[in-house]
Design a protein around this ligand. Structure first.
Ligand code: GDP
Length: 505
């Protein structure tokens, strides 16, 4: 239990930010998603757009037509300011933008930046004109963007689980056929150890290491699972190598009390320490303080991996929404913070698909989250779903088909980009320098179909043996004075309108 002093201290911190929030001057926007979902790219592109107010996009177009405050010409300036939380690392915006645009705008210089591995923060302040009403006139909104690994969010359900219960669930999850091979080394090892035996650090280390590589194997292709707690095993942040992460599930009977001095007692103690010293502080310091949240989802990766990965993603989305519901019941959050009132789920990397499939990608994610929302009663937040590309690395063309789903002599809706070095389609290996037109396949009209296993993503694509390729970031565009133009995107403005629009009226 936290002491009274702790609570007062926490309340003061919360009250400080509350004052800003109540004045309408500040808004905390959480950006999350599993590793590789696109958090770093989303934040970088968002900040670049909003700090380039006034700049036109390609061919002189307004780059954010659906973001009302901008389209109505009321957004006067966006700039970075020191963030309010000194203890949280700053989001390395400048480095990420420099990586994306490359030195001297050279093809080989443009790389996707280092992905999110821990929580980081950035304060972006917008100056705008209020449209009408009593408060008409100049105003400011400070947006504290908090980027954090989705793996940590999926840890919150652990708070309600005992070590025995979590162990049991971990073994059950590992017993599904798709995971059998990757789970074998860990499970074989566990079968040789006695939970009631004397505690032994070497055994604990070995079991934890094997469990961790099992989790990493499940996260990687072809399994591409989403819900794999404890999150710090995959995304340790600053805790890499810490004893807090040296535990693993053991075959235990629920209700049995492990005798002190046994391996089971030590593992259980570390599991409880993980909850107390890792999960709870994250909840209190970061999660419970958010006002708005975008959850980025690499839906295409799950689609590629098939129905098992999609069902696992669906479970993860239920857990995400449950975490938000739990957030509403937390006493500190209730007393000192307004609650999260808007959550946006976004399918990322839509630029891998032709625009004909963007709505379908959105429909797949809508379908996935609909079930999650139905199960998360009493959420009390507005939830929306979108398909977007924070940075659009491709453009579209029609190519003549040699064979494939539309038959010979038909035209395929393709995307063109520079595949990253080493990417391949069949025998063709790309050099990372030249453009290629790729037919990425079309998503089915009915999102239900993808859950049934009736769709074979590879077969939908010409050439069969094909997965979505990684493209190089797009060629940066500059104005006559040499200033970088806002990065091309797909539907980023829709996301901004949903997340911020009502606060910029
Ligand atoms: P994070 O782990 O959630 O921070 O993921 P990142 O933002 O680092 O994205 C992981 C990778 O996904 C990047 O290195 C890119 O290859 C790819 N990616 C992310 N967003 C986009 C996007 O909008 N378009 C394209 N084409 N690729 C993207």
């Amino acid at each position: 239990m936290p002491s009274f002093v702790d609570l007062v201290f926490e309340a003061q911190i919360a009250a400080q930010s509350l004052a800003e929030t109540l004045s309408g001057r500040a808004l905390r926007l959480g950006v999350t998603g599993l590793s590789g979902a696109g958090k770093t790219i989303f934040v970088t592109s968002l900040v670049h757009h909003l700090t380039s107010i006034g700049a036109r996009g390609m061919r002189g177009k307004n780059p954010l037509p659906v973001f009302r405050v901008h389209a109505e010409g009321r957004l006067t300036r966006g700039f970075l300011e020191p963030q309010p939380d000194d203890a949280v690392p700053r989001f390395a915006y400048e480095d990420h933008l420099a990586a994306l645009t490359g030195p001297g705008d050279k093809v080989e210089g443009r790389e996707w930046p280092q992905s999110t591995t821990r929580v980081s923060e950035l304060r972006l302040t917008l100056e705008f004109e209020r449209a009408a009403g009593l408060r008409k006139g100049p105003a400011e909104l400070a947006i504290d963007i908090v980027d954090y690994p989705g793996e940590w969010l999926l840890d919150l359900p652990l708070l309600e689980k005992s070590f025995a219960q979590w162990s049991r669930e971990a073994f059950a999850a590992a017993s599904v056929p798709a995971r059998a091979a990757v789970a074998a080394p860990w499970r074989d090892y566990v079968s040789t150890i006695d939970p009631a035996g004397k505690l032994d650090e070497e055994i604990a280390q070995r079991a934890a290491a094997l469990f961790k590589s099992y989790l990493s194997g499940c996260r990687a292709e072809p399994i591409s699972a989403s819900s794999l707690p404890p999150g710090r095993f995959l995304m340790p942040g600053d805790l890499d190598g810490s004893p807090l992460l040296t535990f693993a599930p053991l075959p235990l009977v629920e209700g049995d009390v492990s005798a002190s001095g046994t391996l089971a007692a030590m593992m259980e103690r570390r599991y409880e320490a993980y909850k107390a010293h890792v999960v709870k502080p994250f909840f209190r310091d970061h999660f419970a303080r958010l006002d708005r949240q975008i959850v980025l989802v690499d839906t295409l990766a799950a689609l590629n991996a098939g129905p098992a990965a999609l069902h696992d993603l669906e479970t993860a989305l239920v857990e995400v929404l449950n975490a938000f519901r739990t957030g509403r019941n937390n006493i500190l959050a209730m007393l000192f913070r307004p609650k999260i009132d808007k959550i946006l789920f976004a399918a990322t990397k839509a630029d891998h698909l032709n625009h004909m499939s963007h709505d379908r990608l959105e429909a797949v994610l809508r379908h996935l989250t609909a079930r999650a929302i139905a199960r998360a009663e009493g959420l009390g937040a507005t939830v929306d779903v979108i398909a977007l590309a924070a940075v659009r690395a491709t453009h579209e063309v029609k190519v003549a088909a040699k064979s494939g789903p539309f038959g010979a002599a038909s035209e395929l809706p393709a995307v063109v980009g520079i595949p990253m070095k080493g990417e391949r389609i069949g025998a063709e290996i790309f050099d990372g320098l030249s453009e290629a037109a790729i037919f990425p396949g079309e998503l089915p009209k009915d999102p239900n179909v993808v859950f049934s296993g009736d769709v074979d993503m590879a077969a939908m694509q010409e050439g069969g043996d094909y997965r979505f390729l990684r493209f190089r970031p797009p060629i940066p565009q500059r104005d006559a004075a040499g200033n970088l133009l806002p990065l091309p995107h797909i539907r980023l403005d829709r996301a901004l309108q949903f997340l911020l629009g009502d606060r910029l009226k």
